[in-house]
Design a binder for this molecule. Structure first.
Ligand SMILES: Nc1ncnc2c1ncn2[C@@H]1O[C@H](COP(=O)(O)OP(=O)(O)O)[C@@H](O)[C@H]1O
Ligand SMILES: O=C(O)[C@H](O)C(=O)COP(=O)(O)O
Length: 429
């Protein structure tokens, strides 16, 4: 990567949609940002930027592998001048009691020589708030939200102090909203007190953007933190206030239209995505995959899906979805196991993505974090420039380092309104 000035901020993201969500937030806040897929190879020429988000597909892999990949990315970022690295996790704290938020946060904090890591997934723009250490999705506690039915990491406890403590080697404390409202000095003092108690992490309350600005000012001079895009917003605003940003960061052109055909893939089974797929049926041909057949005869299902697409993409975009309601997901998982079912569906959707690009698709919308990771890896994409925002947390992305550019939208499962697919395709030309 060629960049003269030291990075103002480095980020390691545990999934690709979360990475683009964060890259979008940093860009809007005034940091010229690029998203890379893994640690970039030395031959990848990238523009001068203020921040880099290294996207990993590490949320649902064995913890030791997630730690190793995250440490490699962290080192790469610090070698390019980043004095603060934020570990980007899901705004719904997607993890299991085995991790990977706890193990990765422990390892990166220790590598950074930081005594304590401030941790908050609050992201008010998408309705994520933290109060007394409890994560709310809209008005619902996390464990009563649709995230309780996530196929890979159902979230059954809203108290993040407990959730993180179960997967961390160190104690976890709380920086409550009363402390946050007193300002950055009070937050710093609280972190110092928790450090003296031997805590290695502190869940921080945040309800509004100004709480995140307070947290960003409190930790911008530290070396490590853990958060979702909300904390990224706080850090970015603190850095821009210190003159570390770029005036027209959001003006980074997405470049000329790429043309070509367009298609959408959905592997997310979130309630938001299920609604978006249903809405798309009124606008474009939609093929709903039989996930059971995907596991018994994947090659046939992939071939049928590509035939469906090739017959139609010359007339307009199509949508191919494996998305299903929680009870159907559970039924498949009970027959094949959660991991096996998830990986098999991801593999099939990524094969379909490869076939779509081979058939002339140059504009691809993908719904789901793990799904996006599988597809982007199958297409061997290396980095993305950040374009305009389609919906909160979802920008248009233009490939970098690829001879023939593609436009993608990598939608976090829970993000976007019912008309997301139509909006995305309208903005991706
Ligand atoms: N019909 C289905 N049955 C079971 N698992 C599915 C089905 N469709 C998709 N999946 C799996 O569910 C998981 C969805 O995760 P992800 O793509 O990250 O979506 P989200 O962004 O909503 O979390 C993936 O592993 C995907 O392969
Ligand atoms: O919600 C967020 O913070 C991110 O966009 C994210 O990580 C979502 O993960 P998903 O698996 O795409 O839902």
């Amino acid at each position: 990567m060629t960049t003269a000035k030291p990075l103002a901020l480095g980020c390691v993201a545990d999934d690709y949609t979360g990475a683009s969500d964060l890259a979008n937030t940093l860009t809007k806040a005034g940091l010229r940002t690029i998203q890379t897929i893994g640690v970039p190879a030395s031959d990848l020429s990238l523009p001068e930027v203020d921040a880099v988000v290294v996207a990993l597909k590490s949320r649902s892999i064995p913890a030791d592998e997630a730690v190793a990949r995250s440490r490699e990315a962290d080192t790469w970022l610090r070698e390019r001048g980043a004095s603060h690295v934020m570990f980007k996790v899901c705004s719904t704290f997607d993890s299991t009691d085995a991790g990977n938020i706890g193990p990765v946060a422990d390892a990166l904090r220790e590598a950074a020589g930081e005594a304590i890591a401030l941790v908050t997934p609050a992201f008010p723009e998408t309705g994520r708030s933290v109060y007394q250490g409890n994560l709310f999705v809209g008005a619902l506690p996390l464990n009563e939200s649709p995230l309780k039915d996530h196929p890979l990491n159902p979230m059954r406890d809203a108290n993040l102090v407990r959730v993180l403590a179960r997967q961390s080697r160190h104690g976890v404390g709380l920086v409550d909203i009363a402390t946050v409202t007193k300002g950055p000095e009070a937050v710093s003092a609280r972190l110092g007190a928790l450090t003296a108690e031997g805590k290695g992490a502190a869940i921080a309350d945040a309800i509004f953007d100004h709480d995140l600005e307070t947290l960003g000012r409190a930790i911008v001079s530290k070396t490590f933190s853990v958060g979702a895009s909300g904390l990224g917003l706080g850090l970015a605003r603190a850095l821009v206030a210190d003159g570390r940003g770029t005036r027209d960061a959001a003006g980074a052109a997405i470049g000329d239209p790429v043309g070509g055909h367009a298609a959408c893939l959905a592997g997310s089974c979130s309630q938001a995505t299920l609604g978006q797929v249903a809405a798309a049926e009124a606008l474009m041909p939609v093929l709903r995959l039989d996930a059971g057949r995907l596991l018994s005869e994947p090659d046939a299902v992939v071939a049928e899906a590509l035939a469906f697409a090739r017959e139609r993409i010359g007339q307009g975009p199509v949508l191919i979805a494996s998305s299903a309601e929680p009870e159907a997901v559970r039924a498949l998982q009970s027959r094949h196991g959660s991991e096996a079912a998830g990986h098999a569906v991801e593999a099939a959707l990524s094969a379909i993505a490869e076939g779509l690009v081979a058939a002339g698709v140059r504009r691809l919308v993908i719904a789901g974090g793990e799904t996006s990771g599988a597809c982007v890896d199958r297409l061997s994409l290396r980095a993305f420039l950040v374009g305009p925002e389609i919906a909160a947390g979802v920008p248009v992305l233009r490939t970098a380092g690829r001879p023939e550019p593609l436009l993608l939208a990598l939608k976090s499962g829970n993000f976007g309104g019912p008309d997301f697919f139509a909006r995305a395709l309208d903005m991706m030309q």
